[in-house]
Design a protein around this ligand. Structure first.
Ligand SMILES: Nc1ncnc2c1ncn2[C@@H]1O[C@H](COP(=O)(O)OP(=O)(O)OP(=O)(O)O)[C@@H](O)[C@H]1O
Ligand SMILES: [Mg+2]
Ligand SMILES: [Mg+2]
Length: 301
């Protein structure tokens, strides 16, 4: 196969591992800097150019699009889709995953367990929103945060109110969510490839932090998840329309609840914690599925 990987930094662990895994299996993998691609949206003749040359002959594309370039990155990926190149994850699925509210709505529709979540535009509804989410303690999240930045815990209704009002005043979109205290600062990352959980880890936040993100100083270890957790992760991936993703869940007293689904999950934490060759499994998935014009998005946008 000839594989394109849309990524900005070729030296990141995940990117190096995917390249290595592809080459080990006899494929060619070209790292393409997403922001340096330019496109010709010509009628019936979609083209992408890179460093002055037309990109052609690719069987598959691996999107590793950072959250800061979602708009341009998904446009470049969509152009590959229009050309009939098989995407590891489709542009539509990535777009969904980048908006927490949109993701939650899709997951809720499919009956997937979620923390009680509320959203409002009008600052006058703050009190109602707090009540609807079940009252303090509450978690307040920026709609487009990542790596745990922009996730806050409000201990009282009063502090929740002032945080919500501050963000609303600054025109920032937020979610207000029930705090799952019984999770004890731990969450589960289930790594899904092609409708199966291939690895799972338990992440624990740094001392005194309720956020378990590894980027915030958390630690991780391999765990065996329950059949219910496994089914929830698989269902969440399907609801989002993602072939490869990291499903983050909390262990609540009423079973697993999904916090978010990451469409470009990092490989370093999960490979180190579990010893599982995620990069190899990803390339294997492409070997089985990457056929020309197999993308479902093609023609749908
Ligand atoms: N409702 C909640 N109850 C308890 N803990 C929570 C809740 N929501 C988030 N957390 C904790 O905060 C962390 C960060 O939250 P979340 O994953 O939603 O944010 P993020 O910034 O998008 O992170 P990521 O880098 O994983 O995309 C979670 O991993 C979890 O440990
Ligand atoms: Mg996120
Ligand atoms: Mg998270």
């Amino acid at each position: 196969m000839k594989i394109a990987m849309l990524a900005r930094n070729a030296n990141l662990y995940s990117h190096k591992r995917l390249k290595e895994a592809a080459e080990q299996r006899g494929h060619e993998l070209q790292i393409i800097n997403t922001l340096r691609c330019y496109m010709n949206i010509a009628s019936r003749r979609p083209e992408i150019f890179y460093n002055g040359e037309k990109l052609k002959g690719f069987d598959a594309v691996i999107p590793r699009i950072g959250t800061s370039i979602t708009f341009y990155g998904t446009a470049v990926l969509r152009q590959f889709e229009m050309m009939g190149v098989y995407p590891l994850n489709e542009s539509v699925g990535i777009g969904r995953s980048r908006d927490k509210l949109r993701s939650m709505q899709l997951l809720a529709r499919d009956g997937i367990g979620l923390p009680n979540t509320t959203f409002a535009h009008d600052p006058k509804q703050t009190e109602e929103v707090i009540k609807l989410a079940g009252g303090a303690p509450l978690v307040i999240k920026l709609l487009e945060g990542t790596q745990g930045v922009g996730v806050m815990l409000a201990d009282t209704d009063k502090s929740a109110q002032s945080v919500i009002e501050a963000f609303r005043g600054a025109q920032v979109n937020i979610l207000v969510q029930q705090f799952i205290k019984e999770a004890g600062g731990e969450d589960i990352r289930a790594f899904v490839i092609g409708g199966k959980v291939v690895a799972a880890m338990l992440r624990k936040g740094a001392e005194g932090d309720f956020r378990s993100n590894l980027h915030r100083g958390g630690s991780a270890r391999s765990i065996k998840i329950t059949p219910e957790e496994r089914a929830t992760a698989v269902k969440a991936a399907k609801a989002m329309g993602l072939n490869v993703c990291g499903v983050d869940m909390l262990r609540s007293s009423s079973g697993p609840v999904v916090m978010e689904v990451n469409s470009s999950p990092g490989l370093e934490g999960i490979e180190n914690a579990t010893g599982i060759d995620i990069a190899g499994k990803t390339i294997e998935f492409l070997e089985k599925n990457a056929k020309p014009n197999k993308t479902r998005t093609r023609g749908k946008g």
